[in-house]
Design a protein around this ligand. Structure first.
Ligand SMILES: NC(=O)c1ccc[n+]([C@@H]2O[C@H](COP(=O)([O-])OP(=O)(O)OC[C@H]3O[C@@H](n4cnc5c(N)ncnc54)[C@H](O)[C@@H]3O)[C@@H](O)[C@H]2O)c1
Length: 355
């Protein structure tokens, strides 16, 4: 039985999500509500215009939406306590590599202090049984071209990656100092690949850029056509986070380190050019390769792959959608969302994913 999400477990479960106004957080809010959970969200306002949060009216989908900063410890503590949540997902972050070069202090502040505040709240609020902290595949020391396992050395260089490495170290300290021997509270960090899906409007991400090109320039301009990424539909890692949160809440899978990769299969690791060609065909666009003349240009790692062996073996989690199927889902989402309703199309794809 693969990716069997237990609807009975999630029905009426009180869940606290940070970053619920973002791309992954909006999908997670809709996913959890679809499963019957009562979600409280805590984040800054959506950072993009448009945003899936606004389009799908996520504030009305979930039980309570709080617009506040994860760096505000007092407020965060109060809201987690008031929510009576037993499960917590921490997604709030400054997640863009390029911005992390422009705003390094803010990136470290939000990502590290925000996570520290979450860990401290969880330490003091015993009611929270299961906590999932979202980091990234960029936490690995990627000087070697290899498939990264959970046990591999960490070491991000750009401020975003480094801030997430700090979160992993912070997590290890809190976990081993305060939670390792606890029979009541379980925590984990999770690392996913390059997450794609309908409703992502972030800057500096390939597929949102392609749709912006389609709207304004009719030509896709690529900076790093040969970079290969572990692409995966957003529902893949989210299903992994849900399975893990449930197992932790039930005190299962304890005798292993609590860092988990939810990357796609190797067949999903394809070049930027492959993805662009796929959309170019469907959207009838041309592709142009840009020359990187700027001396400020800082390329991202050209090759990143995650091993998902541990999650497959111990959680019975496995990716369900091939890359082409995931890309088709994005094309469908962008074609039909306005007509069908943004929340409805997300729910339709969730239902289809769970089939
Ligand atoms: N999208 C990907 O490909 C990907 C890959 C690996 C990891 N991640 C991680 O997943 C998480 C979610 O990413 P996303 O793609 O949804 O990003 P996003 O930019 O769409 O969402 C970020 C969320 O964090 C919130 N936020 C930012 N600063 C905050 C603050 N100071 N206080 C409260 N909330 C704040 C925003 O309001 C938003 O809700 C992040 O932790 C990111 O690092 C994303």
């Amino acid at each position: 039985m693969i990716n069997k999400i237990n609807r009975k477990f999630w029905a009426k479960k009180k869940v606290f999500i940070t970053g619920h106004t973002g791309f992954k957080g909006s999908w997670l809010s809709i996913f959890l509500t679809y499963l019957g959970a009562e979600v409280t969200g805590y984040s800054l306002k959506p950072l993009t215009k448009p945003s899936l949060y606004k389009l799908a009216n996520v504030d009305k989908v979930i039980k309570k939406s709080i617009i506040a900063d994860v760096r505000d410890y007092k407020r965060l503590f109060k809201e987690i306590k008031n929510s009576n949540a037993t499960i917590l997902f921490h997604l709030a972050a400054q997640p863009l590599v390029r911005y992390s070069y422009l705003l390094p202090k803010e990136t470290f502040d939000i990502n590290v202090v925000g996570s520290l505040n979450i860990l401290e709240c969880v330490r003091k609020i015993n009611k929270i049984k299961s906590t999932i902290i979202i980091t990234t595949d960029k936490v690995y020391d990627n000087s070697k071209n290899k498939i990264f396992q959970e046990t591999d050395r960490l070491g991000g260089i750009d401020p975003y990656s480094s801030s997430k490495v700090c979160v992993e170290h912070l997590f290890s300290s809190y976990h081993d100092s305060f939670f390792k021997r606890s029979s009541k509270q379980r925590l984990a960090t999770v690392r996913a690949g390059n997450v794609i899906g309908g409703g992502d409007y972030s800057e500096d991400r390939l597929i949102p850029d392609i749709y912006r090109f389609a709207k304004y320039k009719k030509k896709i301009i690529l900076r790093n056509p040969n970079s290969t990424r572990p692409w995966q539909h957003v529902l893949e890692p989210l299903s992994g986070y849900l399975l893990l949160a449930e197992k932790l809440a039930k005190n299962k899978i304890l005798k292993v380190s609590q860092n988990w990769n939810f990357g796609p299969n190797i067949s999903n690791c394809k070049s930027v050019k492959y993805i662009a060609n796929y959309f170019a065909k469907s959207l009838k666009l041309k592709i142009k390769i840009a020359k990187n003349k700027s001396k400020d240009f800082k390329p991202e790692t050209s090759y990143l792959r995650l091993s998902n062996f541990k999650a497959r073996k111990l959680l019975k989690w496995s990716p369900r959608w091939s890359l082409n199927n995931s890309l088709n889902k994005i094309i469908e989402w962008n074609k039909d969302a306005r007509k069908e309703g943004y929340k409805t199309i997300c729910e339709k794809q969730i239902k289809n994913y769970l089939k």
